[in-house]
Ligand binder design. Structure first.
Ligand code: NAD
Length: 359
């Protein structure tokens, strides 16, 4: 079995997440890592001395410069986990130095820069893959199964939300020049999920941004995508939400599913009998409604979610298998480009307050 040496550029929060995953430390302590044991983390480089020291303290070789990483012939793969605006330069220089590259999301800040990066990867023949890790989220895969298998009948609306109440973390994510803002940060994940789930063109895009804690970049957004097949997919990121709405809300003609949180608490409710439709009206102080009267127990069935399990280690397994010609890369560059162009349409819609035609 050949071992591949991987060097981390940018050993901040996420660079360290990769280090822990690949070395079986921290969260991954004692995890069985046989699927990725052919990747050896050979060192890291960070522009901050504090992170260089962190590397040394954790038994990692701290390269003195990025150039030193590039010049090391033993390095096979470079992981780029710097702030978003630096990805392009690091990816292109790494590919040109003959390295394979794993790049954190968002791959870069716009589609023109991404095309340049793709061109260099084609020219050099080296692997260039983006860490769209939330394709392995079990909540997403569970909703995808409900959609693929029509478990609620024809699905006509999906709502995908992530809510927090801490504003934007106090660093480069607050600054436009570093590629800050929530569309590029969280949007890129949940948009990628939407495009991986719905096999149809996106016809229209409508977006609005919030600026509750930050004037310069979006600290939250709501996006509505209308697919050619008629499905409406709503996406929302909020950073001033002190009460969270469910992570997923899925509406089909025969039922509804909800996933409340990362722990996958939730349920499906499906109609079992359409014939008994006589509602007992609900009376409130100021009125009466038959439309909003709850269904009687004998016409619906509550069911558990059909939970799909996943393992994020499959991302790196796929990287190695692709390098060795044994597999096709899962996160494909045309898919990454489609998400990037969709984010550009979202920025245009939010700026103009207009619906943007997309595909
Ligand atoms: P961070 O600020 O914690 O870490 C970034 C590190 O990069 C810092 O230590 C900084 O000193 C270093 N750095 C900056 N410029 C550099 C350069 N030119 N060369 C070397 N090091 C440099 O940020 P983070 O939260 O770790 O985010 C890093 C990247 O990971 C971002 O692109 C972010 O979007 C992504 N990310 C992905 C996920 C995910 O789930 N896929 C989660 C969090 C962050």
């Amino acid at each position: 079995m050949r071992k591949y040496n991987l060097a981390i550029v940018g050993l901040g929060g996420m660079g360290n997440w990769h280090r822990e995953l690949l070395t079986g430390q921290g969260y991954w302590n004692n995890a069985k890592l046989q699927d990725i044991e052919n990747i050896n983390v050979c060192g890291s480089f960070d522009i901050r001395e504090e992170r260089q020291q962190f590397a040394r303290d954790n038994g990692l070789h701290a390269y003195n410069s990025f150039e030193e990483v590039l010049a090391d012939e033993n390095v096979d793969i470079i992981l780029c986990a710097t702030p978003n605006d630096v990805h392009k330069e690091i990816v292109i220089r790494s590919l040109r130095a003959g390295k394979h590259v794993v790049c954190e999301k968002p791959v870069t800040l716009n589609s023109v820069d991404l095309q340049e990066m793709i061109d260099v990867s084609k020219e050099t023949g080296k692997l260039f893959v983006v860490h769209q890790n939330r394709r392995w989220d079990e909540d997403f895969l569970t909703v995808k199964k409900i959609y693929d298998e029509n478990l609620l009948g024809d699905i006509f609306r999906i709502e995908s939300r992530v809510h927090g109440s801490r504003g934007i973390p106090g660093d480069w994510r607050q600054e436009p020049e570093h590629g800050g803002g929530m569309v590029l940060d969280w949007g890129v994940h949940i948009l990628d999920q939407a495009l991986m789930m719905i096999d149809s063109k996106v016809k229209h895009v409508y977006a609005s941004f919030t600026h509750v804690t930050n004037e310069l970049v979006d600290d939250g957004f709501t996006v509505e995508l209308t697919f050619e097949n008629g499905l409406v997919y709503m996406l929302e990121v909020g950073t001033s939400n002190f009460i969270n709405l469910p992570r997923w809300y899925v509406l089909g003609r025969d039922g509804t599913a909800v996933i409340n949180d990362w722990d996958l608490s939730g349920k499906m409710v499906r109609v079992t009998d359409w014939s008994k439709n006589d509602a007992v009206p609900i009376r409130t102080a100021a009125g009466l409604t038959k439309t909003m009267a709850p269904r009687t127990e004998d016409t619906i069935k509550e069911e558990e979610l059909p939970i799909v399990r996943a393992d994020i280690r499959d991302f790196y397994k796929n990287v190695v298998d692709t390098i060795e010609g044994k597999a096709e890369i899962i996160v494909k560059l045309p898919q990454v480009m489609r998400v990037m162009k969709l984010m550009e349409a979202i920025f245009e819609s939010a700026e103009t307050h207009k619906v943007v035609d997309f595909e």
